[in-house]
Design a protein around this ligand. Sequence first.
Ligand code: TXA
Ligand code: MG
Length: 334
Amino acid sequence: MILSPSDAAIAQAAQALRDGQLVGLPTETVYGLAANAGDDAAVAKIFVAKGRPADHPLIVHVASRDQVPLFAAQVPEFAQRLMDAFWPGPLTLILPRQSGVATASAAGQDSIGLRCPSHSVAQALLQACLPLGVLGVSAPSANRFGRVSPTSAAHVQSELGPDLLILDGGDCDVGIESTIIDCTRGEPVLLRPGHITRVQIEVACGRAVLDKDTPQAVLGQPAPRASGTLESHYAPRAKVRLMSASDIAQKLQALGPHTNNLGLWSAERPASEQGMGAGVLWRQQATTAEQAAHDLFGVLRDLDARGVSQIWVQLPPDTPEWEGVRDRLQRAAA
Ligand code: TXA
Ligand code: MG
């Protein structure tokens, strides 16, 4: 059931979390499937509902920095700076975990992913949870494992069914999941690109951001697992193919005007003399990375729902601000 986020609905959702139930949670990035991080049995329900493998850890969402010491054993100075710069907001930090806390969320890691979301409904819910003894909320994206992340309450319901209590926070502003920085290896390591770019991270913490495949020998610490970083993820049913604008024009022309069941997300609508016909469903790709990220999962979902067999996507530029969108596209196409 989808509830508009009145005070009563927030209180009901907080109580549901307190009682070990799951809640659909709007955030500024994507919707999450939330459970009390302090209740391992409740967190186990998330893995079942998503069909998520048991060894893929979940992010714990906190109301503010005050809750960080409850979950993290230690916070390096560069991580403090990142919290100063970007919290509340779409940034997740992987930190050494306090032993014995959020065990189910950590899924076997001795680290914990922490994020303080900025969405007003997420903030209201996290605040309402504190007096009930719910000090953190574990929430992966509220989609079935491997599928496209939800950016509206209706998406969540279509993924997880009508019984789940979902707070309706509107369409997500950012549209792709948080940037994840591993802070357990001595230097900041980018595990998942997002709206906050590696350049912004470097400026805020005054250090170079390393790539996740940086050899262990350089960092000294082994790399953690991250399911959102699997090669194939965020996949719609339709086959996604990434192409340049000129490839799209050429291939459309080769297929001819009677092409059917094709979805196309590109900056410019191809002309009919370039093979564009009625059987091609075109959606305009925004020219800014922010807007394209905002639209991305909704476009994939919408074209999928219309039953296209392929979605052709114009590959955006290889620049830092597009890294998050390119990453999701590459994995949707893998
Ligand atoms: O924007 C977001 O981060 C959204 C919203 C709901 O907050 N959440 C999200 O969760 O994207 P999920 O589970 O779909 O992705 C979480 C990612 C996964 O790739 C997971 O493996 C990684 O974070 N992760 C969580 N804890 C970790 C840890 N201790 N070590 C390494 N990776 C971790
Ligand atoms: Mg996910």
